[in-house]
Design a protein around this ligand. Structure first.
Ligand SMILES: [Zn+2]
Length: 252
């Protein structure tokens, strides 16, 4: 049986990154959070240079990525970038300085949020593949390059935010939501005609846009019924202090 050639994919999806220890954002992590001052230090400008400018164009696709199973059956899964977490910390931490307990947990929370975003792409690939065949998700990626289908991205952003604020006390939650919203306002999704919609409405948009019949639970990382391959992307350009703070926090 001959295989069709792969469609032309956005650059960030072309291959899994190097240097990727396994990650478990729901259970892993170090015993204590890092000194958050390291992450808001000017040394962290490297993360800003690596992430800041591209975020407004690519949104969460620069904070991590989902490598589709159809693209790489061995190394598919969710990849969270060290620089992505460092950059998010530097954006959010300065706005929640009144909540020191939250700062301890911040890198883990933000990494979980990035993973929750990319789990949406995983869930869509599973659903699309079941009805339309092995490489159908790659066709969709090529069609919507440089990103994913717009309502799929919008849902992924809403679930990123839900995951970051999960379980916080009301006052802390409001402050964190405000900080995260400030960051997310830079994404292409924030300019979408459907921005401001709630999760269930956006699930309907995804189903309509991609001819699927999925529920909100199908998109939730925490509701996954099988282990999800996850990796931390180590980045040699990040200053040692910043990188080790992130690694200690996420890998233990
Ligand atoms: Zn995305």
């Amino acid at each position: 049986m001959s295989r069709n050639p792969l469609p032309k994919l956005p650059g960030w999806v072309s291959r899994p990154p190097e240097l990727t220890p396994e990650l478990n954002v729901l259970e892993g992590g170090g015993p204590a959070g890092p000194d958050i001052s390291i992450l808001v230090d000017p040394a962290n400008d490297v993360a800003y240079k690596m992430i800041g400018g591209a975020y407004g164009v690519l949104g969460a696709e620069v904070l991590g990525q989902y490598v589709p199973r159809a693209l790489d059956p061995q190394r598919w899964g969710i990849y969270v970038r060290e620089a992505g977490v460092a950059w998010l910390c530097s954006r959010v931490a300065t706005q929640i300085y009144r909540y020191p307990k939250l700062q301890d947990d911040l890198p883990s929370r933000l990494a979980r949020g990035v993973a929750a975003h990319h789990y949406v792409h995983l869930a869509v690939e599973v659903a699309v593949t079941a009805t339309r065949g092995h490489t159908s998700y790659l066709d969709l990626l090529a069609e919507h390059a440089p990103r994913h289908e717009p309502s799929e991205e919008l849902l992924a952003e809403l679930l990123f935010r839900s995951e970051v604020v999960l379980g916080l006390e009301p006052e802390t939650r409001r402050a964190t939501e405000a900080a995260v919203d400030g960051v997310m306002r830079q994404t292409p999704e924030a300019r979408s005609a459907h921005a401001g919609h709630e999760e269930p409405t956006v699930v309907d948009l995804v189903n309509a846009g991609l001819s699927l019949n999925m529920t909100l639970s199908d998109f939730r990382f925490r509701d996954a019924d099988r282990p999800v391959p996850q990796y931390l992307v180590l980045e040699p350009h990040l200053p040692d202090l910043v990188a080790s703070a992130i690694r200690k926090s996420l890998l233990g």
